[in-house]
Ligand binder design. Structure first.
Ligand code: SAM
Length: 231
């Protein structure tokens, strides 16, 4: 966690611009329930960067492609793009207003390693150039693990990883998550438990490895993964 705090502190300028833009837009577009500066820095920015401590993250090569499915106001993908300029990020969200916010903030920050895409994961994961083309996916607070994996794993190439940010309740999602991962050609490799600074809460990062290509039938059509979870 120290590493994540240090990374955010080392990029204080860009994170201040991100914070100011976030709270200004939040007056008209619902982006975040947290607006206090210190809380945003810990619960959004530091939390997003916690993945820096994982071996799977450290071993991503220069130029690796990372997708954030259901990025919302950019978490965790945009803080990671600020801290890791050598990685390439695609941030996806189904809500156009959030996508517009992300386009503005990435422009203000002058980030060249970020592409923002509007659409549903179920549809985008069928597009050439997106399906099976990423080395890693990062997602926070999008769906129950089994549902989330159907939305994220189709973007990942064999050998890549899916990383899900979860709260302490993840234990209840693991059994069905493991079954869904298996159906999608992968397996849960690790669950890493972390504590956010200043007692701001606990976090579990679930790491799923992609062992083979995701079968062509996944993801099912938009809305089906949520209505009828795989496992
Ligand atoms: N990841 C952000 C965070 O942690 O603050 C946003 C979390 S918000 C609760 C969930 C986001 O996922 C929303 O912005 C929503 O539009 C997006 N989302 C949900 N289902 C999606 C789907 N099937 N495809 C693309 N985006 C989706």
């Amino acid at each position: 966690m120290r590493e994540a705090e240090a990374l955010v502190a080392a990029h204080a300028g860009p994170f201040s611009v991100y914070y100011e833009t976030l709270v200004a837009w939040n007056e008209r577009v619902n982006l975040t329930a947290i607006t206090d500066r210190d809380e945003v820095f810990v619960k959004h920015f530091v939390d997003s960067v916690t993945v820096a401590g994982l071996d799977e993250w450290r071993s991503l090569p220069r130029g690796a492609r990372v997708v954030d499915v259901g990025t919302g106001a950019g978490f965790p993908g945009l803080p990671l793009a600020i801290c890791f300029p050598d990685l390439k990020f695609v941030l996806l969200d189904a809500l156009q207003k959030r996508v517009r916010f992300l386009q503005e903030v990435t422009q203000r920050l002058g980030l060249r390693n970020v592409e923002v895409v509007h659409g549903r994961a179920e549809d985008l994961a069928r597009q050439e150039g997106l399906r099976g083309r990423f080395d890693a996916s990062v997602s926070r607070a999008v769906a129950h693990l089994a549902v989330l994996l159907e939305l994220t794993m189709p973007f990942i190439r064999p050998g890549g990883v899916t990383i899900a940010w979860k709260g302490p309740g993840v234990v209840d999602e693991l059994a069905s998550g493991e079954r869904a991962a298996h159906l999608m050609g992968g397996a849960v490799r690790a669950v890493m438990d972390l504590e956010l600074p200043g007692g701001a809460g606990r976090r579990s990062l679930v790491v799923v490895e992609q062992r083979s290509q995701v079968p062509a039938r996944y993801p099912r059509k938009a809305g089906t993964p949520q209505r009828h979870p795989l496992a």
